[in-house]
Design a protein around this ligand. Structure first.
Ligand code: C2E
Ligand code: CA
Ligand code: CA
Length: 496
């Protein structure tokens, strides 16, 4: 009897121990999962933060990074794997690279599937996943075979080669990977953008290497090139860009940013009825920063709405002052195509016009052609609503995108502004003169007013007038001026 009791007690103890063990195992698993998530997050942050390490971010992050490296080493192999493709992920790649350190030669290649988002949007995620798997298989079967292959984010793949790849090899690699896929009997073409770092030129630890290859890919995206390379001064450029993004809200608040206005000349009367507002920024540390530099950064950082709201307010407040002083003109504001994503933009414009008691035709909005064509459907909806308010619309930098004038007919636009790039070769290059003249003629036949910008000499001005242009803008007629200077010149510009 006593023995049976002992057996039962032992059994109970065993079951209890098993239960505890299982609970411990479960908690260990969840801790491990949590740790893995934490690592991926920290790793991501570390890469972003390191861009700032060059000067801005305090060094208290350093011990955290060290702990992170230790954690990475201790994690089980499964954490470093990408479940979808079976390749290593960012954690796995980092760990593999770290185990090979110091790496003094070789090439790191970061590949991005251009606009992969559209594959998902058009065909669904299952389809997108199949494409990613097939892409991974293709990477695994490359004849120019890499030492490491990783999938870092959704559509970003990283290859490590022990040798220095030549440009020809990279072009060949890109060509091989771009051969159209066939998924569920549907042919799918992909376009790839590649960032590349040559390790023998730039010694670095693993995090720096990954950040640099990321920078190289960003360069390819910004310059719309197929392949871009990391260069030593990219770090400095990145730091400058981060400082610009960081200080933009303050710049707007503290009146470091202001508007200048460039008069346009109406050819029929020789007078000025319109000005274009152009932004200027006098940064307290970086000096004068051109809008050509900070506007794309504001777009990239998701801050363009802040900039555009500020621009609309400035311009309409100025307009109200001018109208009160008897200066009647239409002011053009440059907006970004990204602004057109906002469904509330037309109401916001209407509310501002009402607030400043301005007629809608006293405002013109200029949108750049090339970016507009990139995402037309959404943009047209918003443009229609803005046009319905009575606000005037212009297509800016016409000729730099891929649209045809006939296509523009579907846009609710009043004016086409031909890009100044057309003027560059005008003196020597006959074909460019014919193209310019033909574009002006077609635009006018389609009912648009035509402006040509960037006119610097009397000779060019006269030739454009002969071609039938309605309005001219450029240094020849008027430079961009502060509001007060424009007021002083108003009588002359308006021929009063
Ligand atoms: P854009 O809209 O094409 O503006 C015309 C640019 O040509 C301006 O450069 C202007 O100063 C310059 N320009 C004027 N006359 C001449 C000339 O005779 N010759 C030459 N070569 N250039 C001339 P800026 O002011 O540096 O602006 C650059 C670009 O930045 C603008 O190009 C526009 O796309 C953007 N931008 C400027 N202000 C704003 C703004 O308030 N919001 C937005 N979203 N973009 C802006
Ligand atoms: Ca413009
Ligand atoms: Ca322009």
């Amino acid at each position: 009897m006593f023995e049976i009791g002992l057996v039962v007690a032992s059994l109970i103890l065993l079951i209890f121990s098993l239960y505890i063990l299982q609970a411990k195992y479960r908690s260990l698993r969840s801790q491990q999962k949590f740790l893995a998530q934490l690592c991926t997050q920290l790793e991501q942050q570390k890469i972003e933060r390191q861009a700032l390490d060059i000067g801005i971010v305090p060094q208290e992050f350093a011990p955290l990074y060290h702990t992170l490296d230790e954690l990475l080493k201790a994690l089980p192999a499964s954490v470093g794997k990408d479940k979808l493709t079976g390749l290593v992920n960012r954690v796995g790649l980092k760990r593999a690279l770290a185990s090979m350190m110091p790496l003094t030669q070789g090439t790191l290649v970061l590949i991005d599937i251009y606009r992969f988002r559209y594959v998902n949007d058009l065909f669904g995620f299952v389809f997108g996943d199949i494409l990613l798997k097939q892409f991974a298989e293709r990477l695994n079967s490359l004849s120019l075979s890499p030492r490491l292959i990783a999938r870092l984010n959704g559509d970003e793949f990283c290859l490590y080669y022990e040798q220095a790849l030549t440009e020809e090899q990279l072009i060949h690699l890109r060509g091989r990977l771009q051969v159209p896929f066939s998924i569920k009997n549907t042919p799918v073409s992909v376009k790839l953008q590649i960032g590349c770092v040559h390790l023998h030129e730039h010694h670095a630890d693993t995090s720096q290497m990954l950040r640099r290859v990321d920078l190289a890919l960003k360069k390819a995206r910004h310059s719309r090139s197929a392949i871009a390379y990391y260069a030593a001064n990219d770090d400095i450029q990145q730091l400058r860009e981060l400082r610009i993004i960081d200080s933009l809200p303050k710049g707007l608040q503290r009146n470091q940013v202001y508007m200048v206005y460039q008069a346009k000349q109406d050819i029929a009367t020789g007078r000025c009825f319109q000005v274009e507002a152009l932004m200027r920024w006098e940064h307290d540390e970086l000096g004068v920063i051109s809008p050509g530099e900070f506007i794309p950064l504001a777009e990239y950082a998701g801050m363009i709405d802040l900039v555009s709201q500020w621009a609309l307010d400035q311009v309409l407040a100025q307009q109200a002052k001018w109208r009160a002083a008897g200066i009647q003109l239409c002011v053009a504001v440059n907006l970004s195509t990204r602004d057109l994503d906002s469904e509330t933009l037309p109401q916001e414009i209407a509310a501002r016009l009402a607030y400043y008691q301005l007629p809608p035709e006293s405002l013109m909005i200029e949108i750049t052609e090339s970016t507009l064509m990139a995402d037309l459907t959404k943009a047209v909806e918003t443009l229609d609503k803005i046009r319905a308010l009575g606000v005037r619309l212009a297509i800016d930098d016409f000729g730099t995108g891929h649209s045809s004038l006939a296509y523009l007919k579907h846009l609710p636009v009043n004016e086409v502004k031909i890009d100044k790039a057309f003027l560059k070769d005008l003196e020597q290059d006959k074909p460019s003169e014919y193209i310019l003249e033909a574009s002006i003629n077609i635009a006018k036949k389609l009912g648009y007013e035509v402006t040509v910008e960037g006119i610097e000499t009397l000779e060019i001005r006269d030739r454009l007038v002969a071609m039938g242009v309605d309005t001219l803008q450029g240094m020849y007629y008027a430079k961009p001026m502060r509001a007060a200077e424009l007021e002083m010149n108003w009588a002359k510009l308006h021929h009063i």
